[in-house]
Design a protein around this ligand. Structure first.
Ligand SMILES: O=C(CO)[C@@H](O)[C@H](O)[C@H](O)[C@H](O)COP(=O)(O)O
Ligand SMILES: [Zn+2]
Length: 198
């Protein structure tokens, strides 16, 4: 029974964090979708990065743009910077793990592209450096964070958007990040291709 109570508590906490998040974050999520649509309409692309569960989230997002979300539509340009193990391991080996994303951004990022930077703490040094590289390349940033926003919080420029989940628990923050990612995919499709036909 103790285990079932723990399971129930996880679900209750997740639901409560999601309810609090939608009340606080809906405007920022809408703005983030508009920033991404603006980039895509102008020939730009979306680069994404994060560590651990957030690496999975960055790949989840890019696959839904590159392949599909809920409808048939053209492929949309996105690159997860977490997936090329030869590049990631060689940068980490020859330089520093802190540079695994920023070095790729300096090569692949162009003015008008968007960086989706994902970190529950806002303190991952390689995501911090990714934001700095994105700014150097004239890119806008959409950041998915939590807790107190961490070191990333002091880096944003006026056109950047931070979506900070109101929770201090990593798992809860990640669960909201996934809903936000699905909202972004849905809003991008609506703005580019119109309402979903049934
Ligand atoms: O998924 C989890 C915890 O739920 C972990 O893999 C977690 O993502 C890793 O510890 C990350 O390194 C945490 O980095 P960050 O979210 O603070 O940037
Ligand atoms: Zn996790």
């Amino acid at each position: 029974m103790e285990f079932q109570e723990r399971i129930t508590q996880h679900f209750v906490d997740s639901i409560e964090t999601k309810q609090q998040s939608v009340m606080e974050l809906a405007p920022q999520i809408e703005q983030a979708s508009a920033s991404m649509v603006n980039a895509l309409l102008n020939g730009g692309k979306i680069l994404s990065c994060g560590n651990g569960g957030s690496a999975g989230d960055s790949q989840h997002f890019s696959s839904e743009l590159l392949n599909r979300f809920e409808r048939e539509r053209p492929s949309l340009p996105a690159i997860a910077l977490t997936t090329d193990s030869s590049t990631v391991t060689s940068i980490a080996n020859d330089y520093s793990y802190n540079e695994v994303f920023s070095k790729q951004i300096r090569a692949l990022g162009n003015e008008g592209d968007v960086l989706l930077a994902i970190s529950t703490s806002g303190n991952s040094a390689n995501v911090v450096q990714a934001i700095q590289a994105a700014h150097d390349r004239g890119m806008r940033v959409v950041a998915l964070t939590g807790k107190d926003g961490g070191d990333m919080a002091s880096l944003y420029q006026p056109d950047d958007i931070e979506i900070r989940v109101p929770s201090a628990v990593t798992a809860r923050i990640q669960e909201v990040h996934l809903v936000v990612i699905h909202c972004l995919c849905d809003l991008i499709d609506w703005q580019l291709f119109g309402p979903l036909e049934d």
